[in-house]
Design a binder for this molecule. Structure first.
Ligand code: BDR
Ligand code: CA
Length: 307
C-alpha cells in the first residue's frame, strides 16, 4: 500500500539530505509525499522557503506542494543555527523567498487530511510550531495522522547542556505534540550520535554510492564544520528519522512517555522516565517509541544509496 507522507522541515543541510533521500526514492519507498511545510528553525523562514523551493527545483519536483509555516516559535523567537548550516543552503547561495502559496502550513495540512481517504504519516525535521498550531486549530482531524516520526530531543542537549535544537526553539509546541496522544517515534540526539553517524575519513567511500551532485557539496560543507571536532564525526540527525519513517523495523526502540521541561536551565529538555515508580503512572495514550540502536554500516548503506 502507498503510504501518505507529509514533511515539516527547516533546511538546513541535514534537512536537505533527508529531503533528497525521501523525494528521490518516492517510488522505491512506496510513499507519496502529499506536502512539505517549512518552519523557522535553522534559518529565517524566508531563507528556509527559498532553500526548500531551490531543492525542489533541483530535483525537478516542484509538483510537490510547498507551504510556508510559522516564522517564529509559539512564545519565543530564538536565534537560528546559521553558524552550523551557513547563511543559505550550505555552499549554495540561494535568494530568500517570502511568498509561496497563500495557504499556510496548518491550514494546508488540514485540507490535505480532509481530502485523504487513508491516514497520513508526519515526518518532522524541525521545531514543532506548525504541528502544535495545527493541533490547536483542527483537533478533529488529529485522528487522521497515524504516526509522527520526529527528529528532536534526547537524553542530553546540543544547544544548551540539556536541550536539543528542535525542542529548544519551541518547547511549548513540542510538549503539545508529545501530549497529543498521536503515536510518535522520536529520533533524538542519542541514536544519531551513537549509531547513525559518519566519520570524516569514511566520507569518500560512501559518497561513491550517492548520485546527486548536491549531496557531495552539502556534505563537504557540513564536514568542514565537523572536521575540527576531536571525534571527527558527523551525526546524521534528520536523515536518521527519515530512514526510520521508511524502515521502522530497522531500528531497535524502547517505549516511554516523553514530556518537555518548560522551566529553568533545562528548558527544552525531553524528559524520558523509562522506569516505572510508585508515582501515579502516566496516561496510557502518552507513549513514545524512542529509537535506541541500529547497525551503523547498514544505515550508511541505506542512506547513501538514496542520496
Ligand atoms: C536538529 O537541529 C537542526 O540544526 C538540524 O537540522 C536537526 O534537525 C539537530 O539538533
Ligand atoms: Ca532540521
Amino acid at each position: 500500500m502507498i503510504k501518505n507522507i507529509w514533511i515539516d522541515t527547516d533546511p538546513g543541510i541535514d534537512d536537505a539530505l533527508a529531503l533528497i533521500w525521501a523525494i528521490q526514492q518516492e517510488e522505491l519507498l512506496q510513499w507519496k509525499i502529499q506536502g512539505i511545510s517549512t518552519v523557522k528553525g535553522n534559518l529565517s523562514l524566508a531563507q528556509i522557503n527559498g532553500n526548500t523551493l531551490a531543492l525542489l527545483e533541483h530535483l525537478n519536483r516542484t509538483d510537490i506542494p510547498l507551504y510556508a509555516g510559522a516564522a517564529q516559535g509559539l512564545v519565543q523567537n530564538v536565534r537560528d543555527a546559521s553558524y552550523v548550516h551557513g547563511t543559505a543552503l550550505g555552499p549554495f547561495d540561494i535568494a530568500p523567498l517570502e511568498h509561496l502559496s497563500d495557504k499556510r502550513a496548518p491550514e494546508a495540512l488540514a485540507e490535505t487530511l480532509r481530502a485523504l481517504k487513508d491516514p497520513l504519516t508526519l515526518v518532522t525535521l524541525g521545531p514543532l510550531t506548525n504541528i502544535a498550531i495545527f493541533l490547536r486549530l483542527y483537533p478533529e482531524l488529529m485522528h487522521k495522522i497515524d504516526h509522527i516520526y520526529m527528529m528532536g530531543g534526547g537524553t542530553y542537549g546540543n544547544v544548551s547542556h540539556y536541550a536539543e535544537f528542535n525542542i529548544y526553539v519551541d518547547p511549548e509546541a513540542a510538549k503539545m505534540v508529545f501530549d497529543s496522544g498521536i503515536p510518535i517515534t522520536m529520533s533524538g540526539l542519542d541514536i544519531s550520535d551513537e549509531y547513525a553517524y559518519i566519520y570524516v575519513e569514511e566520507f569518500p567511500q560512501y559518497l561513491e554510492l550517492a548520485k546527486n551532485p548536491w549531496t557531495r557539496a552539502l556534505m563537504e560543507f557540513y564536514l568542514t564544520f565537523h572536521k575540527n571536532f576531536e571525534e571527527r564525526k558527523m551525526a546524521l540527525y534528520d536523515p536518521t528519522v527519515m530512514v526510520a519513517a521508511a524502515y521502522p523495523e530497522f531500528f531497535e526502540k524502547y517505549s516511554s512517555p516523553v514530556s518537555v521541561e518548560l522551566q529553568g536551565q533545562a528548558r527544552g529538555m525531553t524528559l524520558i522516565p523509562r522506569r516505572p515508580t510508585f508515582e501515579a503512572p502516566f496516561p496510557a495514550h502518552i507513549s513514545t517509541q524512542v529509537l535506541e540502536k541500529c547497525s551503523r554500516e547498514e544505515f550508511l548503506q541505506k542512506l547513501f544509496k538514496g542520496l
